[in-house]
Design a protein around this ligand. Structure first.
Ligand code: 2HG
Ligand code: ZN
Length: 487
């Protein structure tokens, strides 16, 4: 049920049938046209497809799915193709159809009384944020790839990002979903209700299931009041434990205004500054740990700056904070954020880093970071500890990077597995998750069998089989294969 379900049809027959539904221009089948859709953006996962279809309506998605269901053809849904987990490209062999939603990019309604935004799945996150802003509202999901990632993908992967501390994950921001089921039926749940207790909350099936249960085609999202002021600072802290204590102080002093609290390790700052070139370190001395703090509110900017200063000054007095710099302008704030946001790309450019996107209860996160760092350095003492991310919500990107003098391919081959297994198992032992916000895709699929209980895995398979008995929708993703054989 997981892989390479072969259809008895030729690629040409598949292309002919799908062209009749979406139109020949919207059904790609030549190798150079397929290439960007079958390769993930880091170039790590390369799949095979018979065709890429670009439907322009829910009705077309439904017809494509019904036809593929009737003919045993695999479908891989795709948004902006920004997954770090290989979740949005087909498997290496087979006759998959990639169904990309980018032509379904209409904002359908903005309701400023109900504070909701209704849109098609192919709207980019940037465009959704802009539609909210034009209506004097905020759509608060904020992630680095917002220019290319799409709302449908954000929903399917339950995207997180840098404002989860204040606003929650994508799941918390979705009120209604429309999705096409593997057999082509349409689940119409485009409701903008904040209360609806009429039985199972079916939309949740499509949020975070990475396109394995249905294809999200439209959604109703929550809008928030637009903050009128923000205040941003970078602070060097004594240790991860000091960062957690500082977060506690910030929450006590600034309450709801604490919007982002991001950790940055010394090696992560070194790496990103090297990558950005002209951007200078905001600190004179080199520090092992830093945090980026952002407060936002509807109050005045001066008041917010004062509140953040108060947090930082009391941190300096108590020794939690070693040095701090408050953004004096929007440009400063942008630079601070750029430093944080570009760490991921700096890693991609350097090659050969390990991605461990873990979350741990805040009460245990500092101990986890210490233990995992010691474990990695015991395996390879010169590893650059690129540790950063959304500490405020318990999520750390614990991404050890090979020593500078080791070629990327050696490092991946020799150290990837033992190091990531160590980090994941320590996170799990600390009551954490091995994938906080990036999802499972292919990259973490088989690891799930070590970290989920038999009951959880069996339930996941039961749900998958109930909705997609032929296993035609995004096969080989999320669900670990060995359990499939037992189930
Ligand atoms: C971020 O927070 C992204 O920058 C990417 O989630 C993290 O590349 C990564 O590991
Ligand atoms: Zn992140």
């Amino acid at each position: 049920m997981t892989a390479n379900t072969a259809s008895p049809l030729s690629n040409e027959a598949i292309v002919a049938a799908l062209s009749a539904i979406v139109g020949p221009q919207a059904c790609l089948s030549q190798a150079p046209d397929l290439q960007p859709f079958v390769t993930d953006y880091r170039g790590l996962y390369v799949g095979q497809a018979a065709a890429v279809v670009l439907p322009n309506s829910t009705e077309q998605v439904s017809q494509v799915m019904a036809w593929c269901h009737a003919h045993g053809v695999v479908v891989v849904p795709q948004g902006g193709n920004t997954s770090l987990m290989g979740g949005a490209v087909p498997e290496p062999q087979g006759q998959a159809v990639v169904l990309n939603l980018r032509r379904m990019n209409q904002v359908l309604a903005v309701d400023t009384v109900n504070d909701t935004l209704t849109l098609q799945a192919g709207v980019t996150l940037n465009a959704a944020r802009k539609a909210a802003e034009d209506a004097g509202r905020l759509f608060p999901l904020r992630i680095g790839s917002e220019g290319s990632c799409q709302i449908g993908g954000n929903i399917s992967t339950n995207a997180g990002g840098t404002a989860v501390l204040r606003y929650g994950n994508m799941r918390d921001l979705v009120l209604g979903v429309e999705a096409v089921l593997p057999d082509g039926r349409i689940y119409s749940g485009l409701r903008g209700l904040r209360k609806d207790n009429t039985g199972y909350d079916l939309k949740q099936l499509f949020i975070g299931s990475e396109g394995t249960l249905g294809i999200v085609t439209a959604a109703v999202l929550k809008l928030m009041p637009q903050p009128t002021a923000s205040s941003v600072a970078l602070a060097a802290v004594a240790s991860p434990a000091a960062a957690v204590a500082l977060l506690g102080e910030a929450k006590k002093t600034a309450g709801q205004a604490v919007t982002a609290f991001e950790l940055i390790s010394g090696p992560a700052l070194d790496l990103v500054l090297g990558y950005l070139g002209k951007v200078k370190s905001p600190f004179e001395a080199r520090h092992d740990w830093m945090v980026l703090i952002e407060l936002t509110s509807g109050a005045s900017a001066e008041g917010l700056d004062q509140t953040l200063m108060q947090v930082l000054e009391s941190g300096l007095e108590s020794g939690l904070v070693l040095d701090a710099t408050l953004a004096q302008s929007g440009a400063d704030a942008q630079t601070f954020w750029r430093i944080r946001e570009e760490i991921s790309d700096a890693q991609t450019r350097t090659g050969g880093s390990i991605k461990c996107d873990v979350s741990v209860p805040l009460s245990r996160i500092a101990a986890f970071i210490e233990e995992a760092t010691a474990a990695v350095l015991a395996l390879e003492p010169q590893t650059r500890m690129i540790v950063y991310g959304h500490m405020g919500d318990g999520n750390v990107h614990f991404n050890p990077l090979r020593p500078a003098d080791r070629p990327a391919k050696d490092y991946l081959g020799a150290f990837y597995e033992p190091i990531s297994r160590q980090v994941d198992s320590l996170a799990h032992a600390a009551g954490g998750s091995i994938s906080a916000e990036h999802g499972v895709g292919v990259a973490k699929r088989d690891d799930l069998s070590h970290y989920k209980s038999e009951v959880e895995l069996a339930l996941m398979w039961q749900i998958k089989k109930a909705l997609d008995p032929q296993g035609l929708l995004n096969p080989g993703k999320v669900l670990p294969a060995p359990v499939a054989a037992q189930a």
